[in-house]
Design a protein around this ligand. Sequence first.
Ligand SMILES: Nc1nc2c(c(=O)[nH]1)N[C@H]1C(S)=C(S)[C@@H](COP(=O)(O)O)O[C@H]1N2
Ligand SMILES: [Mo]
Length: 420
Amino acid sequence: MARSPFPPSTPGFWRSPVRGPWFTSVLGAVLLGGITVLFVTGLLSYAAYNPDLSPVNDKTPDKGLLGFYLFSWPTDPHWLYRLNQGVHVTLGLTLVPVLLAKLWSVVPRLFALPPVRSVAHALERLSLLLLVGGALFEFVTGVLNVQLDYVFPGSFYPLHFYGAWVFFAAFLAHVALKLPLALRNLRRMRDEPETPGESAAASLIPPRPDPPSVSRRGALWFVGGGSLLLFVTSAGRSFDGPLRQTALLTPHGGPEPGSGPAAFQINKTAASRGIRPAETTEDAWRLTVTGPAGTVRLARAQLLRLPLHSSSLPIACVEGWSTSDQWWRGVRLTDLAALVGYDDPDRAPDVLVESLQRTGAFRMAALRANQVRDPRSLLALDVNGEPLTPDHGFPARIIVPAAPGVLNTKWVTRMDFGDL
Ligand SMILES: Nc1nc2c(c(=O)[nH]1)N[C@H]1C(S)=C(S)[C@@H](COP(=O)(O)O)O[C@H]1N2
Ligand SMILES: [Mo]
């Protein structure tokens, strides 16, 4: 390959005729909409954990000002978290090619000299560092979490949450600075020749372009095609049946769930969480329920003699995969609260739920009073007409409408009712 006589700091080094203000502005407009949706669904996803039920749901709940918007996550509609998280994760994956193309389209700017021309320019470059660094950080941590291969130190939630605020602050500054210019560029005809010049926008245009091998429009189709490919190979993970088989690029939850009534996605198996079959037998397992009126211990057979109710509810994981509604049967959380002193279901309090699992994430989770009070919230004993399987949480698991999967604790052994 012939060496360019121009160093990368000069416009002559950059030869692609696709680069120019129009291409950059179209991608920017797509990202403006897409990243705004990612930010809002991300903040909602965080609120859905009820992280202020500390220190159980979030080990580092002290989000200070950034947690200003937290609220008690509702239980209606029952597919709320499924939709929110499906959109967040699927859209995030779909935007990866757009983000990469946008970065490619402006990469000559990274090498521009002098690196800093003025205080204002220094501030602009700093904001770009936060913008590009923030974008890469959020996309990389998100994709790693979706792929169940989380390699960063510390917990995913605080990293992705703080990263989102840094990124979005820089994103807002960038939009405020660039939107007028981008709108002007977009109003110009797509195929009007762009000529290099002195203006900031025009500096993206190569002064010595190579002959085009693809039109600017063709390059956009290429990016869009990449996004479409990612979309059709990941959206299926929000559905059961043959659609899930189309989710080639992303795991479908845990191991393949096999067949039968319990054949829906499993996140963590009983064996992987160290749940021994001997701990879950009729003789060994007891549920301990505590409240102001004292402590009650119940075997599974005793729970089965309490009034049993059914709810049709999905499992929807933070990783974006979800199942369609499953038919759960078990004891209402309000009925368990009534056993320990909360006779009025409308005044049932929060609850701290503990599983048999001794170590690892998600061995405990807390639920808000509004979740406990919903008559569809159950300590489930059966699913789809059969006793729970070990991997779905036998002898008993929590299921709550509209809640993130992680709050639906499996292998429950203890429930403490009271204000948290
Ligand atoms: N005790 C315990 N409960 C748990 C988990 C866990 O690891 N341990 N995983 C949670 C997560 S992250 C999800 S998404 C759901 C998945 O439920 P399923 O495996 O029945 O589909 O269970 C939740 N309950
Ligand atoms: Mo999950």
